[in-house]
Design a protein around this ligand. Structure first.
Ligand SMILES: N[C@@H](CCC(=O)N[C@@H](CS)C(=O)NCC(=O)O)C(=O)O
Length: 248
């Protein structure tokens, strides 16, 4: 079933929940327009369209209807367009639970950890815009930009240590979802798209790649999101901050 009403997805390109929403639209073979709001005014613009207090991307309009947030978007798409189900019969509830878990603390790591790592390797910020490593003048810009992101996202060294310490258990949880067949199957679910997008962002941090190596999390991320700019060379985080998985 194709959409007769026009669909517009409002995004910021590097945002992982936006990647999730777009992957779901593509999976369901729907026609849509992608609108990049551009860093800066995005919060006010999204609030104008989606209502007071709604200041994040993604948002989706379908006809006159507005849907805000990645999990609401995927749910709505499933109700309107049942083809290529995101919540397969028999495991729909468990998939939704896994998706909602990933939308919480795990998704937050994708918003913080790249900035955490870039604090230590600011010259790598250019790789996220496809520009490669920055020169000294560019690195000056990156240093002040990264500092502003620490403020914006409430990042500190202590918080980074806490985020990194919690990551192995989150990967274990994702691998359990895979064993339960909620992600990693031939037909992707909402949980594949939600988890995979965050993992793809985390894979741009060289220090974290060994943690994901050989996992279903890594396979799902690279399958659904093969192209993602950005690479922070290993050795960014101070020694000992990245913890190993005990079961890895
Ligand atoms: N859980 C929400 C989170 C959305 C979210 O926080 N999006 C970030 C981008 S990843 C955003 O729009 N941030 C706006 C800003 O920080 O200015 C979802 O999945 O839609």
């Amino acid at each position: 079933m194709m959409n007769t009403e026009p669909i517009t997805l409002h995004v910021l390109p590097p945002s992982h929940p936006c990647m999730t929403a777009e992957a779901a639209l593509r999976h369901k073979d729907l026609a849509y327009e992608l609108v990049n709001l551009g860093m800066g005014k995005h919060q006010d613009e999204i609030e104008k369209i989606y209502g007071e207090g709604r200041r994040t991307v993604p948002g989706m309009t379908i006809g006159d209807d507005t849907v805000h947030g990645s999990t609401a978007i995927l749910w709505k798409l499933e109700q309107l367009f049942p083809q290529h189900p995101l919540y397969p019969e028999g495991s729909a509830e468990a998939v939704r639970e896994a998706e909602l878990w990933a939308d919480g603390d795990f998704q937050d790591l994708g918003r913080r950890l790249p900035w955490s790592a870039l604090y230590f390797r600011p010259e790598a910020m250019g790789t996220y815009g496809g520009a490669g490593m920055l020169d000294p003048a560019g690195t000056d810009f990156a240093i002040s930009f990264v500092r502003s992101t620490w403020k914006h996202h409430g990042i500190s060294a202590e918080k980074t240590g806490h985020d990194l310490a919690g990551l192995p258990a989150m990967i274990d949880r994702i691998e359990t979802y895979a064993e339960q067949g909620l992600i990693g199957g031939e037909d992707p679910t909402a949980a594949d798209f939600q988890i995979g997008a965050t993992v793809r962002v985390l894979l741009s941090i060289g220090d974290l790649q060994p943690l994901f190596s050989g996992t279903t999390a890594e396979r799902v991320a690279l399958r659904h999101f093969p192209d993602y700019p950005g690479l922070i060379p290993p050795g960014a985080f101070p020694a000992g901050w990245v913890k190993e998985r005990s079961s890895g």
